[in-house]
Ligand binder design. Structure first.
Ligand SMILES: *[C@@H]1O[C@H](CO)[C@@H](O)[C@H](O)[C@H]1NC(C)=O
Ligand SMILES: *[C@@H]1O[C@H](CO)[C@@H](O)[C@H](O)[C@H]1NC(C)=O
Ligand SMILES: *[C@@H]1O[C@H](CO)[C@@H](O)[C@H](O)[C@H]1NC(C)=O
Ligand SMILES: *[C@@H]1O[C@H](CO)[C@@H](O)[C@H](O)[C@H]1NC(C)=O
Length: 272
């Protein structure tokens, strides 16, 4: 695999060298603001499963952010762990808006181009946190709460803009549904599924996604299986969603060693 580009090592360095609370606060806010400008690149490469465990946590503030996510990152494990650390700080300060941003950044594998404040990816990711999961309606109270509890002006503005966003059309082909939302770059997905196909590894229980750069394969049930089994549905997605050089797609009724799942190919570690 190529070297990953995104890493928050410098953010961790800032946090580690801060001594007083006041300094920590400034550094934290700078870190979150920096995330939104995507200017956190380095050459470091790291692989591993990172966890963001949120089930049962502040359900009144985070009603749509309640699923634990175990993400096998093939390139940005350290960046994801730095994001988890920042998320902890956000929670301790009651910065729910920041927390939702960090949750989104985690689900996007910390891919810097997706995190750019002007990217459609980050807007779609944040939209998942404010939209009712069945009706898809944006919850105005949540938008206001998250805007009120964001540490940066640009993040407040993104939340404010969310309400006017719509435009998510899905297209159906048999058991593969191509989506206009949360699209990943096909070139990244092609590398990812090539890796997955050749991997001799097993995916462990609890892990729900494998990501490379801005592309993720995710599944909606707890399962353990040979990683190569993810290949066929992912391939079908790439082959079916031919409208552009980007892809977001759901394949239903995929059997992973007996567990039947919906499998997604998109830019995020949870759904498509
Ligand atoms: C973020 O997006 C802006 C506007 O599209 C662009 O000018 C900038 O270079 C991007 N930053 C990164 C780090 O990709
Ligand atoms: C998160 O949850 C998973 C399983 O649900 C567990 O294996 C993991 O250790 C947890 N991680 C943390 C940091 O709590
Ligand atoms: C957001 O802040 C405004 C102004 O401080 C306040 O009136 C409003 O009640 C807050 N909304 C939420 C949902 O916290
Ligand atoms: C997934 O299933 C395994 C085996 O049944 C179980 O041990 C594990 O706790 C489950 N993990 C989660 C995150 O539900």
């Amino acid at each position: 695999m190529h070297k990953g580009l995104f890493n928050l090592a410098w953010v961790m360095a800032i946090l580690a060298t801060s001594v007083s609370c006041a300094q920590l606060e400034v550094s934290y806010e700078d870190s979150v603001a920096a995330l939104l400008w995507g200017n956190v690149a380095s050459d470091m490469w790291s692989e591993g499963v990172a966890w963001l465990n949120v089930t049962g946590f502040a359900p009144a503030k985070l009603p749509n952010v309640q699923n634990n996510v175990g993400l096998l990152s093939l390139d940005n494990w350290e960046g994801l762990n730095a994001i988890v650390d920042l998320a902890q700080v956000a929670v301790n300060q009651g910065l729910w808006g920041d927390f939702v941003l960090l949750w989104s950044a985690f689900l996007l594998n910390g891919w810097s181009e997706s995190l750019n404040v002007s990217s459609v990816q980050i807007k779609e990711a944040l939209w998942k946190a404010v939209a009712d999961q069945t009706s898809g309606e944006v919850d105005a109270n949540l938008v206001e709460l998250y805007a009120n509890t964001s540490s940066s002006e640009s993040l407040r503005k993104i939340f404010a803009d969310l309400q006017s966003d719509a435009n998510r059309e899905d297209r159906d082909w048999n058991k593969v549904v191509c989506s206009g939302s949360n699209q990943a770059e096909k070139s990244h997905c092609a590398s990812l599924i090539d890796y997955v196909q050749r991997s001799p590894d097993r995916v462990k229980w609890g892990v729900r996604a494998v990501c490379w750069r801005n592309c993720c394969i995710s599944w909606n049930q707890n399962a353990s299986f040979e990683m190569g089994l993810l290949y066929n549905a992912a391939r079908a997605c790439i082959d079916t969603c031919t409208r552009s050089d980007h892809v977001s797609c759901r394949a239903t009724e995929v059997s992973l060693e007996g567990t039947v799942v919906n499998q997604c190919l998109s830019n995020r570690a949870e759904g498509c």
